[in-house]
Ligand binder design. Sequence first.
Ligand code: GLN
Length: 473
Amino acid sequence: MTKHTISSVRAGLLSKEFSAVELTRQALSFAEAENPKTNAYLSFSPERALAAAERVDARIAAGEDPGALGGVPVAVKDVILTKGLKTTCASKLLENFIAPYDATAIERIEAAGGVIIGKTNCDEFAMGSSNENSAFGPVRNPVALDRVPGGSSGGSAAVVAQGTAVVSLGSDTGGSIRQPASFCGIVGVTPTYGRVSRYGLVAFASSLDHIGPFARNTRDAATLLEVMAGRDPKDATSAEAPVPSYAASMTGNVKGLKIGIPVEYMKHATGETADLVNASFRKLQAMGCELREISLPNTDYAIDTYYIICTAEASSNLARYDGVRYTTRSQNSGTLSDLYKNTRGEGFGAEVKRRIMLGTYVLSHGYYDAYYKKAQMVRNLITQDFNKAFTEVDAIVAPVSPFPAFKLGEKVNDPISMYLSDIYTITGSLAGIPCMSTPCGNTSEGLPVGLQILCKHFGEETMFRLADAFENS
Ligand code: GLN
């Protein structure tokens, strides 16, 4: 199980080395046995998984293709709706919520033969950078169990690193796929905004939310993205742009590719993270890429901009959890307004409350122009920085995080320092461009470090070409 990739699953199924049902049984029992070490899964879905596996076996028996994800065990972050299964958002408030329909991404994965084996832990409503904000306990990093796996999609990164799923889905609003991928030593992809439908992704900050894949190599991540990508009438922000064959783009040849290194990012990078990222730059050069320094001058405003926009949107999106619909209900509610207050007061964790309060403040009467509107204008400047850079270069490379996985508990009482851990990932999220983390080595303590690759809107093919060549060089 641990060593499987999408192509090894396919080869095993087609050569009858194992059936999809056998592989699914094995995957479920291995994942259940390993889970106490990391707490990465919140629930398993054996019935649904076995039913999906039976369909794959039936296709093979009928001489049909098993599908691009035929028989592949997939884990799903618990902020993505899966019909008939719990979708808790790692919140006490939604601890008993059963999703009434499937997210479009889930429908597409199952149509391609993927087998959903369980739902993964994360920061509550995807707010956090360490997975310590889960109402169901933190996730431990399988690479070093005393460390965080990153967040907010910490569980989805951990299960792929641990080998208890072949691929998984995460969500990224400001770095929640790339940062945990870098902390756990795997590949994590945030596609272009609009590339994957958000239908069925529980909203945190709608203008920034993305669904994206985790995998142990670029090819698997690209395959999973290709299955999910494309226009969905149920999400008006999903893009019409045709979905290319990502596999065809991975030629191994990156000679002459122009790569930008943003000076603003490298000035914060220190220690072994900087050493490994700098070594990656030299490797890219040796592979025939042309490296040059570029400037993204509005980078310094990214964190402030992000925390205004995401809190404003979160305060509005989370208003629906009022104790009347969806959620557990406070027992302590005489009047309607007590019901609202007590349900929310008892149900939300501290970080979610902090964001709702900040967001309500920045949207309050008289402050809208000063905060939310201004932040949107600065966001536009940050996007223009990237657009300008991409007239000169084909891709940008940078660190993912200023430091590798930190110890559990190390930053929980310092929200500002936690917010700063997303300094390199937030800019790409604000601009809505595709970006990913690919492993670029380990520190002397054995902690993985990720290299970030960013490309222009809908430039996933170049991003995958570079990442795949880098991974195999
Ligand atoms: N760590 C960032 C935050 O706490 C990003 C979260 C995310 O991308 N979902 O908001």
